[in-house]
Design a binder for this molecule. Sequence first.
Ligand SMILES: C[S@@+](CC[C@H](N)C(=O)[O-])C[C@H]1O[C@@H](n2cnc3c(N)ncnc32)[C@H](O)[C@@H]1O
Length: 486
Amino acid sequence: MLRDPRPLSPPLRRDPRPGRSCLRVLGPAAGIADNGPMPPAPALATPAARCPVHDSGACRSCPHLSTPLPRQLEVKQERVAALLSEGPNPVPRGVWQEPAASAPTRLRNKAKMVVSGTARAPVLGILDAGLHGVDLRRCPLHVELIEQCLPVVAELITDLGLEPYDVRARRGELKHVLVTASPDGDLMVRLVLRSRRHLEDIRRALPALRRRLETLAVLSVNIQPVHQAVIEGEEEIVLTDGPEGDSLLMRLRLPAPGRDGSGSPAGPLDAPGTELLLSLPPRSFFQTNTAVAAELYATARQWADDALPPSGPCDPAGADGPQAARPSSARPSSARPSPGAPEEVWDLFCGVGGFALALAGPGRRVLGVEVSAQAVDGARRSAARMRLGPDAVRFETGDARVLDPGAPGSAPDLLVVNPPRSGIGAELATRIEACGVGRVLYSSCNPLTLRRDLAAMPSLEARRARLFDMFPHTDHAEVLVELVRT
Ligand SMILES: C[S@@+](CC[C@H](N)C(=O)[O-])C[C@H]1O[C@@H](n2cnc3c(N)ncnc32)[C@H](O)[C@@H]1O
């Protein structure tokens, strides 16, 4: 059983100011003596971020950590622009807007920790090449709330005797700890176990855990019986109850449109603008970097709200210039989009509905399509929370790759696609090429598959493009491209 009250690490409480994401750690700061050595807290220096685990070579997740972020972004922008300027349907160099930068640290809203070591001294982090655990509880990329939560989870593991799964010996129960933190300071904690053996112990420990983690919104157990398979299994058992006990509210304030896109850290979630109330169930995708995701959705909305010039793609070197952020989209969510802006919008691979809900508004109907029924459930709840009825936005479960957007005259005015790394694939690209849709917003986390998919849609020409540094310190890039039928 979880001991309670406990003198070691203090409880996490929500900051009493409404809508604030940071938590205060109450009581004396304390170590976690029971759980073995932890790496020292990293000194976070600017302009380059520092991490002792990176410096020691034990973690290679951030290959560019020692390069100052502005330089990283410059190199990434150049690399992605060069890559996409090649091929049969290039993205012209002149259409790129200023990239959206990330904060250098405290940017990841989720931690996916492999559990190794022993129940008495668990290691939460990654496995190195020799399958030894590397502790990443102090990873400077995680938001503070996650760093504060992980020692409490480690104590839970020790108290309940949850033996970490030993990949080599195929013994043990606990495989992963998955933690997501919301901008409001709430937590979703998921324990991936090999079997249901400890389920009731964990259920009994919930009240004590809640006293330690006051902002724990969701606690669930995921059963993954398969050896070394994908991180999580199909079966999810949510232990928290109440109407919202099975999902985390991700409240995103989209930055006000018309900002200069200057590449300053895509930060202030409390800037004025539309608020998205996204309901995130345990097994659903959410963008890793909340602030950059907000910037991505705001940019998509801004571009969608712009009417197309009658002649088709704009001249990037025209009056506004390639970097111009158009203030025409500074519409409050109650106002109608500008004349000529799309009325019928489809959001394919919609997840819990970030793009669909950002684009929804009077005078527009949005359809979101997503393969995960849990995510669709979350998206529908989000629409209800945001008081958007079925006339404004609908979500359907389905395989977006087999959809036909329709013939000219029946196709939507705007198609948004945000596929996994594998891209939209040849079949869907071919159908989009053949259909009547006039505009596409393609949000991609893999420029290579984006380039391949663009090649299959030669009638759609890039009009604007923007890099979003969702994954700083790595080579990964998120790109939004607006395509217009020529
Ligand atoms: C990169 S995520 C984007 C989610 C969402 N647009 C967002 O911004 O959070 C890709 C999504 O595509 C979904 N997906 C994968 N294959 C799919 C398919 N064949 N049809 C529909 N959705 C799919 C995944 O479940 C995931 O939610």
